[in-house]
Structure formats: C-alpha cells, structure tokens
Design a binder for this molecule. Structure first.
Ligand SMILES: CC(C)(COP(=O)(O)OP(=O)(O)OC[C@H]1O[C@@H](n2cnc3c(N)ncnc32)[C@H](O)[C@@H]1OP(=O)(O)O)[C@@H](O)C(=O)NCCC(=O)NCCS
Length: 139
C-alpha cells in the first residue's frame, strides 16, 4: 500500500470527499465537514488510494487556560478491506508530522479501548500509554 496519498482536507480539496462519509459507524455529511474545517484548529485528514478515501482521521486543538494547546485525535478509521496493511500507521505518521511542523500544540492524545488491539498497536508506536479512566454521558 505504498501508493496511498495522505492529505489534510481544506477548502481547496474538499471536493475529493464524497457527499457522505462513514466514520466510526456514523455518517458525516460533507456540508458539515465544510463548516468544521473552517476553524483552523479543526483538522480532517484522509488517505486516498485510487481516487477512493481509504482512511480518515479528525481531531482538534484544545486551548488550556495557561495558554498551552493540546491536539486531540478524536477518530481514526481505515475502511475494513484496507485494515491491517499499514495504512493506519502511515496516517498517524503523516498527521503527527503535520502537527509537529505547525508547532501549535505541546502534546497530542488519543483514546481507545484495551480490546482494540490494532488501534493500541498503532498508537503505542507514537505515544505512551496512560492509566486513566474516562467517564462520559450524553448531555
Ligand atoms: C485501528 C485502525 C485505525 C488501525 O489501522 P490499520 O491500518 O488497520 O493498522 P496498521 O496496519 O497500520 O497496524 C496494525 C498493527 O496491529 C497489529 N495487529 C493486528 N492484529 C493484531 C493482533 N490480533 N494481535 C497483535 N497485533 C495485531 C499489526 O501487526 C500492526 O502492527 P505492526 O505494524 O507492528 O505489525 C484500523 O484498524 C481501523 O480503522 N479499525 C476500526 C476503527 C477503529 O477501531 N478505530 C480506532 C478507534 S480509537
């Protein structure tokens, strides 16, 4: 899978995105993504292979009251038939290189579950595992 091209989606290349993209079992409409990427602290990245989006990642910068910002990777997805071929790893590599180059964020973080072995394998290449418990509830 050497020919996968990675890009940050912006106003100039958003036309490469289909009208609806399935991420994490949910549909994201292109028109909503257009609004999302207007904010320069919101990021969408895609892996493209033979004109098809085979991988997608989105995240955002989070400003702390001390003025330091962290980058949160909210979602990483490789479409099932292309999983376990190194694309997720390359996508993370591309994104982290991109983010580091910007020098806006002092730290990045990403959440997953212990049972998601593939995700853990990919993330441990780039980050240290922290022992924390996440609590959440719909508002
Ligand atoms: C998680 C995900 C993004 C990873 O991307 P990917 O392209 O499949 O991952 P890669 O091929 O780059 O790497 C997978 C790694 O897991 C390893 N792996 C896969 N199955 C494994 C298993 N059963 N036991 C141990 N290691 C395993 C592979 O060997 C590889 O590690 P290596 O590069 O050291 O050999 C992708 O699988 C995906 O989209 N999964 C569904 C959505 C998801 O879970 N997203 C993350 C939510 S936080």
């Amino acid at each position: 899978m050497k020919d996968v091209k990675f890009i940050r989606i912006n106003e100039d290349n958003i036309n490469l995105i289909p009208d609806i993209i399935k991420i994490d079992g949910e549909d994201i409409q292109k028109k909503d993504m257009e609004k999302f990427i207007i904010n320069c602290d919101n990021y969408c990245f895609a892996g493209i292979y033979k004109n098809e989006i085979v991988a997608f990642l989105y995240g955002y910068g989070m400003l702390r009251p001390d003025g330091k910002s962290m980058f949160y990777i909210h979602s990483v997805d490789v479409i099932p038939k292309y999983q376990n071929k190194g694309i997720g790893t390359k996508l993370m590599e591309y994104v982290l290189k991109y983010i580091r180059y910007e020098k806006k964020y002092y730290k990045f973080f990403v959440l997953t579950e212990e049972i998601n072995i593939r995700a853990c394998k990919v993330y441990e290449k780039y980050a240290d595992k922290e022992e924390q418990v996440l609590f959440s509830k719909n508002l």
